[in-house]
Design a binder for this molecule. Structure first.
Ligand SMILES: [Zn+2]
Length: 76
């Protein structure tokens, strides 16, 4: 497995894992009225965003070279 493929899997797992945590923590937070649980649900929401950026950045970096990017897109 190359590093782009493993990073892609890490990004996808991060998105869906944190989505699961967001829903569970959000539901329990609202049912119990726990502000700490709701705050932690929001933290999971920001983790989804971070995982999404990992996924998108990796997708851009994994593009092969072309005329304007002779050495590939992972280098400037
Ligand atoms: Zn290009």
């Amino acid at each position: 497995m190359d590093r782009f493929k493993s990073t892609k899997i890490a990004g996808i797992l991060g998105i869906f894992g944190n989505l699961f945590l967001l829903i569970i923590k959000g539901l329990i937070g609202f049912i119990s009225g726990s502000q700490a649980m709701i705050a932690d649900a929001l933290n999971s929401a920001s983790d989804i965003f971070a995982s999404l950026m990992t996924f998108i950045g990796n997708k851009i970096a994994s593009e092969p070279n072309d005329n304007t990017h002779n050495f590939g897109h992972r280098k400037s």
